[in-house]
Design a protein around this ligand. Structure first.
Ligand code: SAH
Length: 223
């Protein structure tokens, strides 16, 4: 006798194109306007980044656990930060601090020529590497490193995105922006605010306070 598995068991249905399309409708309703960002999000299957048991929730607008006390970012925030970073211009070289499972990294791979991403928890680097290989994101390089210092050897970057909440804006990251480059970073502990910092000239930066957000903390050291 054949055993039929329900769609909830296999994940089929909840990860279907229709479910994914609904997420895109929701992102538009939430104010994400950049069509390049929206099509990048639409091209990346979010369910492959979470454990199978959670895949039925992969297209909800929530952050979900990925192990080691960390989370995969909420689709809205991935859209919002990508849109701010891109500013309607193609990106050349981008640095992400806090790879996690690699979801934001995969979205960035559709928006920039080269993407570098660092993560302090080694097993997450391995996990992300597997996901990005599966999706053939060949323009991405991952590193096991403390992102507080940025990546000096590969600087400058025209975009730096920090996906964990910092207590302050690290000077090293400011130094590693091109003139005209943009840093998007959540800052704060209990209450966190998303900031955009633009490098206007060699020594001049413009800082804009954007909106309240909720991220895991940016920590120091390697695990
Ligand atoms: N970009 C991820 C978000 C992951 S959560 C996504 O798309 O879902 C934030 C990640 O930042 C965690 O995995 C955490 O381990 C990592 N992190 C925290 N402090 C860090 C640091 N100093 N350097 C590198 N990664 C850090």
């Amino acid at each position: 006798m054949a055993i039929l598995r329900t769609s909830a068991q296999t994940g089929i249905g909840m990860t279907s194109q229709r479910t994914r399309d609904r997420m895109l409708v929701r992102l538009r309703e939430q104010g994400i306007k950049d069509e390049v960002v929206l099509s990048a999000i639409s091209a990346i299957p979010r369910h492959i980044f979470v454990d199978e048991a959670l895949s039925i929730r992969a297209y909800e607008d929530v952050s979900l656990p990925i192990g080691f006390g960390q989370t995969i970012s909420q689709p809205y925030i991935v859209g919002r930060m990508s849109e701010i970073l891109r500013n309607n211009n193609p990106l050349n070289k981008v640095l992400e601090i806090g790879t996690g499972c690699g979801y934001q990294t995969a979205v960035l791979s559709k928006l920039a020529k080269e993407v570098y991403s660092v993560e302090r928890i080694r097993p997450l680097v391995m996990k992300a590497r597997g996901h990005l290989r599966e999706l053939k994101c060949v323009n991405v390089k991952l590193g096991h490193a403390d992102g507080n210092m940025g990546l000096k050897d590969l600087a400058p970057f025209d975009g730096i995105i920090v996906t964990a909440a910092a207590s302050h804006i690290p000077q090293d990251l400011l130094d590693q922006l091109t003139i005209g480059g943009r840093l998007v970073i959540p800052v704060g502990t209990d209450e966190q605010i998303l900031y955009l910092v633009e490098r206007v000239s060699e020594l001049e930066y413009r800082q804009t306070k954007l909106e309240a957000v909720k991220f895991v903390p940016l920590l120091g050291g390697l695990l």
